[in-house]
Structures are given as structure tokens and as C-alpha cells.
Design a protein around this ligand. Structure first.
Ligand code: PMP
Length: 403
């Protein structure tokens, strides 16, 4: 082995040791187990056993919807499976334009742009808006793609305490830079299911001459009367300056989006590097996303049912003593304690036929490991009842709850 390869191998050692330790304890990360999630249902095959999936992302229950799959198939028949590279070369097709118009309408903005992923949308947008001399203020638990976007941009990174507008204000007041000041938050936090306090954040930004950008990844299709995200959630009383999201969660496709003024979107088309230098969204994925947005707009019951089911699920669990943190959306964390406790609890649920995937440190703080549950429109009342029974029974069996 060359010295360089040897040096590289040393970097792998801590990871390999950690995985080996977990596997030795029989606590293998379930997230790397292969699931065969049945489209159109909330079931999945795990080791030959059919289980109820309670940690999926398809909030609107549209993954496998016949209309969405047919739209994707039509796009394949028409364009094939590839995207011919970047949009500025051969990559643009009519579907991209239609999808961007649909996203802009849904987001209540003049224009929109779509990227290959939500991660790319975050990294590309932040990098195109700010740079050295500017300052970005991030909530302590903002998604990794927001943090990465900020770090790559070269702007100064300042963190403030989670969902704490007063702390943000103190940070803004302390900052002396005269460049752009950009505050970025998640609308809904992916590991906790709590919502950013938008009116207070807006007021702080206005008082301190800062722009406000939100990541609607877990908000679109989930919060608000029509499922149109955080502005809808707060009754359209408060606006944000820039909003973006993903097409891989409530919208069962892949891709990311940004919505805003014509000028903002024109700027991103030329300056957002993942848009300029990375392949366009494939036709099937663009068509699936477009059809799903149409369904979101015409079938509002999907949003209401998910919100109602999540409320019932959460209130029964908390009344029995489970810790669901500050969740108020379709994401309901079942916070249990150590990494090992979360793995054991997840396994006990799987043994009883229900999948709740564990999320452990460093994705969440030490001692706050959890199962991350996501309620969807595809879960029927009886599915929620089954899940409740199993989560409670397994919690007692794992000594997390008393009978
Ligand atoms: N933002 C948030 C808040 C997310 O949770 C995620 C995905 N987990 C992303 C961005 C990235 O989206 P994508 O998976 O489409 O790249």
C-alpha cells in the first residue's frame, strides 16, 4: 500500500469501529437495511415480513398513485429516461417550464426554478446570494444542506438557539459586518416536527435589516390550510423573502425548488452552480412532480386528513407519557434517550410488525435519540390505531413506559 492510501485508510477507522460496535451489540442501523416499500400502501417488506411503515416521507400518500406513475411513464415514452445534461445545454424540456410555473403558483410567487435535489437547491441558492463579507444566521438545528450551502458560499456563519427569535436578534445586533445579512430557517424541523415562529422571525429580520429565507422541505403539502407551507400556516399574514423546498417528500419524486421574484429566479438561473453545472431533473421525475402538485391543489382532503391523524396520534401518545417534544406537524418524534435505547425500541416495534426508524446522535443531541415517525394521508384510521398499540406496547417492553 502506498503511504497516501495508508493515510486514507486511517480516516476510515473511526467509522468502521463505530459500525462494528453497533453490529456487535445487535443494534445494526436499520436505515441501511433494505426495505421494499409497496407503492400505494403504507406497508413494507422487512426480512420477509410485511410491516406497517411509519417512517416514510410520502406525506400526501401519493407515492404509487396511478395518476402520478402514469404521468412519469408518459414522460419516459416521450423523452426517454435521461436529461441530456444541464439545462443551459440540451437539458431543458417543456415539462421543466410547466413544473416551474406550477411550483410558482403553489408557492404564491412570480417565478420558480427547479434543481436536481433539495440539497442542490439549498447549496446553489445560498452560494448565489451571499459570499465573503456577508453574514448568514442559521438556527442551531437547520438542515445540513443549509449549513453546507452557507459554508461553501464563503459568508460568515453565525448560529442562534433553536426557534429563539430573541437570541437571533442578539446575534444580529452583535454583528458588525455591513454586507448582506441572511437568516435561514427550516419551516418545519425534520427531526422534531416543530414549526419556525415566522411572525417573530420576520419582525426581528425587519428591525435588523436582514433577509429571511425558509426551507419548506417538510412543510409543503403538510402545514397550512391548503398545505402550501409556512406562510399558509400563519394565514398568509407574514411573508418570507426567499423560499425553497424539495420534490422528494410530500411530492413523491426527486428535485428541489426555489420560488420568488422574476429577478431572483433569473439570477439563480445564471449563478446557482448546481443548476448551471449539474444535469437537469429527468423527465419522469419532473412529470411526477408536476402531476403531484396538481393533485395537491385539487385534493385538499389529503392535507387535512394528515393533520388530523397526526394530532390524534400525538395526543394519545403524550397522554400515555411518551415524549413527542414540540411536534405540531406530521413528523412526530418518539424521544427515548440513548442511541442504544432507540435501536432497541425500533427493533421491538419491528418485531411487532411496525417500522419506526431510529434517529441517533449526532443527527440529534446526545440523550435525545428517537424514532422519527411521519404520518401520511395514506395511513388509514386503523393503521394509526395499530401503530399506537405497537408503539405503546413496545415502549413498555423496553422499559420506556410503565403499564
Ligand atoms: N432540507 C431539508 C429540511 C431536508 O430535510 C432535506 C432532506 N432530508 C433536504 C433539504 C434535502 O432535500 P433532498 O433530499 O431533496 O436533497
Amino acid at each position: 500500500m502506498t503511504a497516501a492510501l495508508d493515510k486514507l485508510a486511517q480516516r476510515f477507522v473511526p467509522t468502521i469501529e463505530r459500525v462494528a460496535a453497533l453490529e456487535h451489540n445487535g443494534k445494526r442501523r436499520q436505515s441501511f437495511v433494505e426495505y421494499h416499500v409497496e407503492p400505494k400502501t403504507v406497508h413494507t417488506m422487512l426480512n420477509g415480513k410485511r410491516c406497517l411503515m411509519m417512517s416514510g416521507y410520502s406525506y400526501l400518500g401519493l407515492n404509487g398513485d396511478a395518476r402520478v406513475s402514469a404521468a412519469a411513464q408518459r414522460a419516459i415514452d416521450c423523452y426517454g429516461t435521461g436529461s441530456h445534461g444541464v439545462r443551459a445545454l440540451a437539458g431543458s424540456i417543456a415539462l421543466h417550464r410547466e413544473l416551474e410555473a406550477a411550483v410558482a403558483h403553489m408557492a404564491n410567487r412570480e417565478a420558480a426554478i427547479v434543481f436536481g435535489s433539495g440539497y442542490a437547491a439549498n447549496v446553489g441558492t445560498t452560494g448565489a446570494l451571499v459570499g465573503p463579507g456577508d453574514t448568514v444566521f442559521l438556527d442551531k438545528i437547520d438542515h445540513a444542506s443549509i449549513v453546507d450551502g452557507c459554508q461553501l458560499s464563503g459568508a460568515e456563519l453565525v448560529r442562534f438557539r433553536h426557534n429563539d427569535p430573541a437570541h437571533l436578534e442578539a446575534r444580529l445586533q452583535k454583528s458588525t459586518s455591513d454586507g448582506l445579512r441572511l437568516v435561514i430557517v427550516d419551516s418545519v424541523y425534520s427531526m422534531d416536527g416543530d414549526v419556525a415562529p415566522l411572525p417573530e422571525l420576520r419582525a426581528v429580520c425587519d428591525r435588523n435589516n436582514a433577509l429571511l429565507m425558509v426551507d419548506e422541505a417538510h412543510a409543503l403539502g403538510v402545514i397550512g390550510q391548503e398545505g402550501r407551507g409556512i406562510e399558509d400556516h400563519f394565514g398568509w399574514s407574514t411573508g418570507v423573502d426567499i423560499k425553497l423546498g424539495t420534490l422528494s417528500k410530500a411530492i413523491p419524486s426527486v428535485g428541489g425548488w426555489v420560488a420568488g421574484s422574476e429577478e431572483l429566479i433569473a439570477h439563480l438561473r445564471y449563478r446557482a452552480r448546481p443548476f448551471v453545472f449539474s444535469a437537469a431533473l429527468p423527465p419522469a421525475q419532473a412529470a411526477a412532480a408536476l402531476e403531484s402538485i396538481r393533485i395537491l391543489e385539487t385534493e385538499p382532503w389529503r392535507v387535512t386528513q394528515t393533520q388530523d391523524s397526526a394530532r390524534r396520534f400525538r395526543s394519545i401518545l403524550t397522554s400515555r407519557g411518551m415524549n413527542t417534544g414540540d411536534s405540531e406537524t406530521a413528523i412526530v418524534p418518539l424521544i427515548v434517550g440513548s442511541d442504544e435505547q432507540a435501536y432497541a425500541y425500533s427493533q421491538a416495534c419491528a418485531d411487532r410488525g411496525v417500522i419506526g426508524l431510529p434517529v441517533v446522535s449526532p443527527a440529534v443531541p446526545n440523550g435525545a435519540s428517537r424514532l422519527r415517525i411521519a404520518i401520511t394521508a395514506a395511513h388509514r384510521e386503523s393503521d394509526i390505531d395499530t401503530a399506537l398499540e405497537v408503539f405503546l406496547d413496545a415502549a413498555v417492553a423496553c422499559d420506556l413506559l410503565r403499564v
